[in-house]
Design a protein around this ligand. Structure first.
Ligand SMILES: C[C@@](CO)(OP(=O)(O)O)[C@H](O)COP(=O)(O)OP(=O)(O)OC[C@H]1O[C@@H](n2ccc(N)nc2=O)[C@H](O)[C@@H]1O
Ligand SMILES: Nc1ncnc2c1ncn2[C@@H]1O[C@H](COP(=O)(O)OP(=O)(O)O)[C@@H](O)[C@H]1O
Length: 283
């Protein structure tokens, strides 16, 4: 995986196993309760250290200008915060659908921050990196922390959780759901009762964005219906992806085989420690 000045690291996807909206802050941001679990389906990020201070993305994504890419923004943030003189050449192997509720952009940013902290020998703690990461997106600290998590606030108050690690089948509808559009929808319910972790573990696992997303996006409705023939289908984050859990790998494979004639679909194991933490052998 690594020699002295190159790192090749995974940036795994997450699923929101539930998502409650329990209030709204004065600045308009919504207060959430959500549970994150990682899956072993990943982007891959290669980081090559440069000694000249230049930060460069070798292969910008077609829809994201280089200077707005979250890996480039993460590298610039870490360089500014630490005053380090190194630069980096970044290469992204993009496997996670964008705007799908799988957190690919946030995960890429977390992998860049954790990887560069090693490559540039900046020695920041996970806690320092989580505070920096929050400037890039609400979900970035969860990816830096690398553990299944119960999250509250706007996603910054984190409690680690140990969950079953089932196989997940994930269906990718051919539409992009805008998080901003869902959170500004007039009919989104914003005053739901908060629950406890025990309530979640006992089965209270709804996603309050689901009614709005289903109403606005027929593709998501159809995906829920398609996957729902095999198991209970849920929405991750604000969508568009939908997923279902299977205790047995063979049942997950059978669902994929039946669905892939009609849908873009993949399956992956749920994980309480992220592939990134496992690759970096973090305790
Ligand atoms: C709700 C989650 C759950 O994982 O959805 P997904 O993006 O993963 O689907 C995330 O926390 C999303 O995190 P974040 O990365 O901050 O969302 P953004 O795309 O930046 O948010 C776009 C817009 O949605 C609104 N927004 C977002 C998050 C939040 N807690 N309250 C909000 O009101 C804000 O208007 C914000 O400007
Ligand atoms: N490296 C990156 N990968 C994916 N998206 C990125 C990246 N850098 C910036 N973005 C922006 O972040 C947005 C959200 O992407 P993503 O995290 O994949 O979606 P979601 O938050 O729905 O899971 C994208 O639409 C894109 O404009």
């Amino acid at each position: 995986m690594m020699d002295s000045d190159v790192l090749h690291l995974p940036a795994p996807a997450k699923l929101n196993l539930m998502l409650r909206i329990v209030g709204r802050r004065k600045d308009g941001y919504h207060l959430l309760q959500t549970v994150f679990q990682f899956i072993d389906h990943c982007d891959w990020i290669t980081l090559r250290r440069r000694s000249d201070g230049v930060i460069r993305l070798v292969n910008p994504l077609p829809t994201v200008p280089e200077d707005q890419d979250l890996t480039v923004r993460a590298a610039k943030l870490l360089r500014k915060f630490t005053g380090i003189g190194y630069g980096v050449e970044i290469e992204i192997e993009k496997n996670l659908p964008m705007g799908g509720g799988l957190g690919g952009g946030s995960s890429d940013a977390a992998t860049a921050l954790l990887g560069l902290n090693v490559l540039w020998r900046t020695g920041l703690s996970l806690q320092d990196l989580m505070v920096l990461g929050l400037q890039l997106g609400a979900d970035v600290p969860v990816f830096i922390n690398g553990r299944s998590t119960w999250a509250e606030g706007v996603g910054e108050v984190l409690t680690p959780l140990d969950l079953p690690e089932p196989w997940f089948v994930v269906l990718v509808p051919g539409c992009h759901v805008s998080t901003a559009q869902i959170f500004s929808a007039p009919n989104l319910t914003r005053n739901n009762k908060p629950i406890t972790i025990s309530d979640f573990l006992a089965g209270q696992q709804e996603n309050h964005c689901l009614p709005v997303v289903s109403e606005l996006y027929p593709e998501v409705r159809a995906a829920l219906c398609g996957l729902g023939r095999f198991a209970h289908a849920k929405l991750t984050g604000t969508g568009a992806c939908v997923f279902a859990a299977f205790a047995e790998e063979a049942d997950a494979r059978a669902a994929v085989a039946a669905l892939e004639r009609e849908w873009l679909v993949f399956f992956a194991r749920g994980r309480n420690r992220s592939a990134l933490h496992r690759a970096l052998k973090l305790a």
